[in-house]
Every structure is written in C-alpha cells, then in structure tokens.
Ligand binder design. Sequence first.
Ligand SMILES: [Zn+2]
Length: 318
Amino acid sequence: MRFLVPLLGLLASATPAAESSHAPYVLQPGHMDLEIGPDGNTVIFDAPGGIVVVDTGRHADHAEAILAHARGAGKPIAAVVNTHWHLDHTTGNRDLLEAFPDALLVATEAVEGALAGFLAEAPARARIRAADSSLTEPERARARRALVALEDRGSLVPDRPVLAEGPVELAGRRFELRLARGAATEADLWLLARDEGLAVVGDLVVAPVPFFDTGCEEGWRAALAEIAAAEWTTLIPGHGAPMTRADFMRWRGAFESWLACAASQREAAECADEWMRDAAGFFTPDEADGVRLLARAYVSEVLRAPAGERMAYCAARE
Ligand SMILES: [Zn+2]
C-alpha cells in the first residue's frame, strides 16, 4: 500500500479497463498500396502473460508500430500467430522475434511448402532488386527487407506447426484456433476471441478483393461456411475495415457471384465489374483501380488457369 498515493493518477485512468470483463485488443490496420506492397491487418491482444500478435505486416513501420504497442503496454510479446504465410502478414515476424526471442510462433506447416514452391524464386528476385541501381533507395530497401525475411527460416517456420484446430492458451488467454485447408493458402489459421466476440480470419476475407494468388475455390468456400457458422459479432479481415455479420454475409455473396462468373463463359472484365458493384464499400475510392485490376486478373490468370497449374494449391483438400 505504500505506493498508493503516487499511483492514484494511474489507477484512476486504469480502472475502467480493469473492471471490464472484455480484455482489450487493438487493430493495427494494414493497407492495400499495391505500389509498395500491402500490409495485412494486425490484431494485438493484451493477455495476462504478455502480448499476443496476430499477423505482423510487411513493412518496417508496421512492425515498429506493433513493437511500440508492446513497449507502451510494458509487456513482452509472448506469441506471434500467423494466419497464413503471405509476406504481407509475416515479414514483421523477424522484427518481433528479434526483440522478443522467447515469443512462441504459431503457424501451420504450409510455409515450408511455400518456401520450397511459390516463394522458391523470391530470394533471387529480391537480391536482383536490392542491387538494381535503377530503382530508388526505398525500393531497394524494401527488397533487402524481403530478402532478409525470406532467408531467416526461424522467423517464418514454427518449431511445432499447428496441425489441428481447437482451444489454445496463449500468454494465459484462451483462443479458439481454426484451420482451413486449401483455402487462401494450403493451410490457413483463423481464430476466435470469445471475450471480444471477435473472429480474426486473415486473408480468408480480404475486404477489397479476395487475394487468389494461392487460393483454392472449394476450400475457400468451405472456410467461409465455417466462419459463417461460428459465434462472433465482429470480424477482422486480412485487409480492410472490421465487418459486422451483415457486412460479412454481403461480402460472401459478392465472393460467390464473382466465383460463379469466373466459372462461366463471361468476360473476365464483366466479372470484375460485377465485383466492383457487389463489393462496393469494401474498398476505398483510392483502392478502386487496383481492386478492379486484381478482380479481373485473378479471373483470367488464376481462376481460369489450366487445372494442372493450380493443383498444388488445391492439393491440400485431397
Ligand atoms: Zn494479405
């Protein structure tokens, strides 16, 4: 009690949060800047044993904002959860794990397949860009950052990958971990934080436009059905603003219509137009051009690619 007087100011401001039965969380928003490469959304949970970080972004300033939050909370980062291995969600792992080497990395084994497959040529490409004097210094710095992240396996590959879904305790807090096979990647994680009524779903929901680079329609549909059936009130997508259940249902409808268009004989540009109409409000006016480009390219380049070229992404379903 001898510290009571000096602490009174702090106690006064801390009381409302302390009395709340809902442990706080913070959304560190990402962005969809295709020029420099997007950052995924990060969700930061304050748990009794430390900070739990879901996804770590791509760029240095995103990682720095997460670290600043941990410093502000006066707690170590105890766990880093990756919803999937895409580099706009995992490049920051290294910054966080360097600052907090004891943090647990929670991810699926899909990243190993990605490093040997989809990302196999990425280090070589990054090395070329890092040395390309025709690029600006910020462009070369981004390439160096990608290269360092790709070459640090320990910051991407978990010691013990998540193989099954179910309840998990991280830093003294319970979460419900869910696993989606052959959806946005070969194995995606999403999680439910019951106290907050929160579903954090990574790129199973990308508000502006589904990032289909490594996607598989069948598994993705199944994952969205599971998300719809789960108990939550607010959904944090991999990119874009938080969604209510009504938002999510509308987004899911747009996703289904877009896939149906891709499976039809209609022009890819028409499918993109349809997405722009059905998904209006899920992207900003600034993002619209990029979104239209992607909504069209995913149809013509990915969803309509010869079956053999896409088997790897859907293989996890078999
Ligand atoms: Zn992403």
